[in-house]
Ligand binder design. Structure first.
Ligand SMILES: Nc1nc2c(ncn2[C@@H]2O[C@H](COP(=O)(O)OP(=O)(O)O)[C@@H](O)[C@H]2O)c(=O)[nH]1
Ligand SMILES: [Mg+2]
Length: 478
């Protein structure tokens, strides 16, 4: 059956749109809005150099690429600014098209006037991420690297920076390419076997094939498992402060953040809503959530706050259970922890108000916390500034997410995770088929599906919708 004509012409129009817009000269401010020492304007696309020449008395189009030139910029009204022009000639530079980056004095007026002059000469304002989209379309980077550029710009801790940098420099690209190479070799063997199927020849030994698929699956699993860590690295590790009212949760929240963020009071039930803020310890970002205390609520609003606490506990990576050791007993702590244990992933216990009890008591509290199911216990005082560092260290030491080295590939992106999942499912079907001795034709089909899923990650296989949704999240000028 042939495709309907409507479908075909729709595709054709889409194709034309992409091609047409790729020929445009695009311009955008690459530095943030507002006044600054300098502002950088990026102009890119075929014909950029002769367009820029029209703003200059002395042209730059004949100069070599990767060079910088100091020039006065003119429009019809006169001189706009004296600026530094950095020249990139296709196929060099970031986008792979002819590009000029103009560093002007950082006045909003200059930038606006220059933008208008450049647009009047035939350029158009760039869409968000359009420079990087062109880099992708010109084969300067693959899709996972393009996504890493956005992550790099958004990175705000050593760990998230490291993960984005590794991905931008081809971390995922290399993984995918080694997985694909294996699968393509494998597919080649299967297809050869198909060609000779009547002669009943086996080119590939089934055992070798099974081993190859299992090795590949193993690597896919490892990468998928790194997503929990990758996500924590990128988004921060959620730490939920929970405990009875007046245990000192808000005091610890403020102590960690070094500011009076939450209201601290001796009146039980003061914190009704959840507060969130983040802190970086040794390159790892923690997202702290201060919650309403867990107890029988005295009114509806407090009840809502308590329900929210339980939701956070289920969703968070770590729970810090804060307990007032000056007014409770170790048995109470143990029971509280046991009640919570099923409601959270990693449970840590804090014995707070240590300034009110004898030091010799702490061992009993630590043992009760352990019996209650806490992974670790810290006795401290929220009133003691010195305990800030101990608490920070306690968080850092007890997170499962800190072990990252620069050369380790982490999956930080939901989209990648999803594609790996599809690849994994297809490979599992291949594995089962090999073990039950199913025909080569079905194997070849599942193998192609696994290859396609991996190809989505690097953008070898892609759609305009997908590109649109990825690049629209970029900032303008990138
Ligand atoms: N002595 C002492 N008092 C504390 C300590 N931590 C908190 N408090 C006091 O305990 C009361 C309740 O603290 P708050 O942080 O509001 O508790 P929350 O209800 O768990 O958020 C306040 O009066 C705090 O000043 C501590 O380590 N030692
Ligand atoms: Mg509070």
């Amino acid at each position: 059956m042939s495709k309907s004509p409507g479908h075909a012409s729709g595709l054709f129009v889409l194709y034309l749109c992409v091609v047409k817009s790729r020929q445009d000269i695009i311009v955008a401010r690459a530095t943030p809005p507002g006044a600054g020492a300098i502002a950088v304007l990026r102009v890119s696309g075929p014909g950029t150099l002769s367009l820029i020449d029209k703003l200059l008395k002395k042209p730059i189009s004949q100069e070599a690429g990767h060079t910088a030139h100091f020039r006065a910029l003119h429009d019809k009204k006169g001189v706009i600014d004296e600026a530094l022009l950095t020249l990139f000639k296709a196929p060099g530079g970031y986008t792979g098209d002819d590009t000029v980056e103009i560093s002007t004095h950082g006045s909003g007026y200059i930038v606006e006037r220059l933008m208008q002059s450049i647009c009047a000469l035939g350029a158009r304002p760039a869409d968000p991420g359009e420079f990087t989209l062109r880099a992708f379309l010109n084969g300067k980077l693959d899709l996972s690297q393009a996504e890493a550029v956005a992550d790099l710009i958004a990175s705000d801790s050593e760990a998230s920076h490291q993960a984005a940098m590794h991905q931008m420099r081809g971390g995922i690209t290399n993984e995918i390419s080694s997985l694909r190479t294996r699968l393509i070799d494998f597919a080649g063997l299967i297809e050869l076997e198909l060609d000779f199927s009547e002669e009943d020849v086996e080119f590939a030994r089934r055992d070798d094939l099974i081993q190859l698929v299992q090795e590949t699956l193993g690597r896919v699993h490892q990468l998928m498992q790194s997503f929990a860590q990758g996500n924590a690295v990128k988004e921060g590790i959620q730490v939920v402060l929970a405990g009875r009212p007046n245990a000192g949760k808000s005091t610890l929240f403020n102590l960690l953040l070094e500011e009076e963020r939450a209201i601290v009071s001796e009146i039980a039930g003061t914190t009704r809503d959840s507060l969130e803020d983040s802190l970086v310890v040794d390159g790892i970002r923690f997202r702290l959530i201060d919650t309403a205390g867990i107890r029988e609520a005295t009114d509806t609003i407090e009840q809502l706050g308590i329900e929210r606490t339980y939701r956070h506990l289920k969703g968070g990576a770590m729970a810090l259970y804060v307990f007032d050791i000056a007014s409770g007993t170790p048995e109470m702590l143990q029971r509280d922890l046991q009640d919570l244990a099923g409601n959270t992933r990693e449970l840590l216990a804090i014995g707070n108000k240590r300034d009110m009890v004898a030091d010799s008591d702490l061992q009993r509290w630590a043992e009760a916390a352990e019996r209650g199911g806490a992974a670790a216990f810290l006795g401290m005082s929220g009133k003691d500034e010195h305990d800030r560092q101990r608490l920070r260290q306690f968080l850092y030491e007890n997170t499962a997410f800190k072990a990252i080295s620069g050369d380790q590939t982490l999956i930080t992106n939901q989209r990648h995770f999803h594609s790996f999942l599809k690849a994994e499912q297809a490979l599992q079907r291949v594995n089962e088929a090999l073990e039950t001795g199913i025909s080569g034709e079905l194997l070849a089909f599942d193998l192609r599906e696994a290859l396609a899923a991996l190809g989505e990650i690097t953008g070898e296989i892609t759609t305009d919708d997908l590109l649109g949704s990825i690049f629209s999240k970029f900032c303008i000028g990138k």
